[in-house]
Design a protein around this ligand. Structure first.
Ligand SMILES: Cc1cc2nc3c(=O)[nH]c(=O)nc-3n(C[C@H](O)[C@H](O)[C@H](O)COP(=O)(O)OP(=O)(O)OC[C@H]3O[C@@H](n4cnc5c(N)ncnc54)[C@H](O)[C@@H]3O)c2cc1C
Length: 473
């Protein structure tokens, strides 16, 4: 229970206009995309500067008040909402939304952490540069959330995940101290990498208030195709061929099952079946050329020809315009959303070595169907990164609650198979509160102990996002 007098001290830092006290107005900050977590909060603060954040965290440490940082509230593991039974003050970074500077020579953009990802992409584009981080949630997620979850998305194959796109950060520590680490250096071997500690920390070590991000030359041509194939094994061989033929110009390689295409066509406005015949599996390929659209198209044609010759691909279509490029990506990016009208879904964001993807799909399918014969498996994702969203929709006409009630049993099966192949239980969404106990069970004791020691060193009072990633004891 946080006392009224402490709450009013918090309010006076940001001013009443930027403090949310009414339960009805707080409710949207507590509702996360999957509706799995139902924590509470007596107060949401909307600071307007790093100095405001500094005063908030200093007061939180002084009074032992739990703080939950929140950016776009699109996270999938419940990191951005308080744990049930542990009310916390939510600090929304949405007002920190300034693009601070673009340096076209150094190819960097310096931003406030509350900038919406899409706004950063647009600002880069206006400067004739590319900021390649791209997620289905890019219209609402904010860069501080992307950094704190080390988000992945569709650009990882060519450009890396958020960690690879960040050169420097500005962070407010739980003590209220502000660390200005807004460096633009590609090379800087001067001791422990403090920046990397905050990337992927999910708000458990401090609050990110600014960042320096890497920009890239804008490709002159981008060509997208969708191919129909028989199996993930053929998709893997096709991927190997694409990597060999396209080297650094292969910027997307996503796998999708037939059922995912059907859900998307049925439920997403504007989505169409991309090929005239049905196929068990589909791959979306994107090639980006630094030269021209024609160069991207002819590379795609050569790639598809050789894949046909090798018998890897049964049919394919190349987008005829930018608009069709976007329609093809819409199919892939809406696949998760398209599952919603089909009822409850048990979701997994796993990764395995790319070479193990076919084996993972086969083993997981066998084991899941054995446990749940009517399950509808929608396994899709960033094949080129070894990252599969292995989702299981409830049986047709079945009951959503009883499907969800079996999620721990199904998680054990799917995570067990991924781990046995040297994989991970969280490829890009993080740990949050959803996977905290699993993390403790799968990482070596020394790793958990090191994480706790880091947490204690930064946040001895345990005010930062309690109940997420690791507990203090
Ligand atoms: C439709 C959809 C598609 C998605 N696609 C992808 C995808 O392809 N790849 C992917 O990786 N994720 C994806 N996600 C998940 C989500 O969008 C990402 O995890 C995103 O990075 C979260 O950003 P956010 O601004 O919403 O952060 P939030 O959800 O608000 O917060 C996420 C975590 O970061 C912490 N945090 C937030 N801001 C700060 C800060 N400034 N300082 C310190 N800690 C902070 C929070 O406490 C929380 O632990 C998707 C989500 C949706 C809804």
């Amino acid at each position: 229970m946080i006392s009224e007098s402490v709450l009013s001290r918090f309010v006076s830092i940001v001013g009443a206009d930027h403090a949310v006290r009414d339960a009805k107005d707080i409710a949207p900050y507590l509702k996360e995309p999957r509706d799995l977590f139902h924590g509470s909060s007596p107060l949401v603060l909307r600071p307007g500067s790093a100095e405001d954040v500094s005063q908030i965290l200093a007061l939180a440490t002084e009074t032992g008040t739990p703080i939950v940082p929140q950016s776009g509230n699109t996270g999938h593991v419940g990191g951005q909402v308080p744990v049930e039974g542990q009310p916390a003050v939510i600090v929304s970074l949405a007002r920190l939304n300034r693009i601070r500077a673009i340096d076209s020579s150094a190819n960097t953009i310096t931003v406030d952490s509350g900038c919406i990802l899409h706004d950063i992409q647009t600002a880069a584009d206006a400067a004739d540069r590319l900021f390649p981080l791209s997620l289905g949630s890019e219209g609402s997620c904010r860069i501080g959330g992307n950094l704190s979850t080390n988000a992945g998305g569709t650009g990882v194959l060519a450009y890396g995940n958020t960690r690879h796109l960040c050169l420097g950060v500005e962070v407010v520590l739980p003590t209220g101290e502000i660390w200005n680490g807004l460096r633009k250096l590609k090379k800087d071997n001067t001791g422990y990498d403090l920046r990397d500690l905050f990337i992927g920390a999910e708000g458990t070590l401090g609050i990110v208030t600014g960042a320096v991000l890497r920009l890239f030359p804008k490709p002159k041509g981008r060509q997208v195709a969708i191919a129909g194939l028989k199996s993930p094994r053929d998709a893997l061989s096709f991927f190997e061929q694409a990597e060999k033929q396209c080297a650094g110009e292969l910027t997307g390689f996503e796998i999708m099952p037939r059922i995912g295409i059907e859900f998307t066509v049925a439920h997403i406005p504007g989505a169409r079946d991309p090929l005239s015949s049905r196929h068990d599996w589909y791959v979306l390929v994107e090639i980006s050329s630094p030269e021209s659209m024609e160069a991207a198209t002819s590379k795609m044609e050569r790639l598809l020809e050789s894949a046909f010759e090798a018998g890897l691909v049964d049919d394919a279509v190349i987008a005829q315009s930018e608009a069709q490029n976007a329609t093809f990506w819409l199919i892939r990016e809406s696949m998760s959303e398209a599952q919603k009208p089909e009822g409850a879904s048990i979701k997994h964001d796993v990764s395995v070595p790319v070479s193990s993807i076919p084996e993972f799909m086969e083993e997981a399918d066998r084991a899941v169907i054995k446990a749940m014969p009517e399950a509808r498996i929608v396994a899709f994702g960033h094949m080129g990164d070894g990252n599969i969203h292995y989702n299981i929709s409830q049986p047709k006409g079945g009951d959503g609650a009883s499907h969800q009630a079996r999620r721990h049993e199904i998680h054990n099966i799917v995570y067990g198979i991924a781990l046995a192949m040297g994989g991970s239980i969280s490829a890009e969404h993080g740990i949050g509160q959803m996977k905290r106990d699993r993390l403790a069970a799968i990482r070596q004791p020394i790793e958990i102990d090191l994480m706790r020691r880091i947490k204690k060193a930064f946040d001895p009072a345990g005010i930062m996002n309690p109940g997420k990633i690791v507990s203090l004891s």
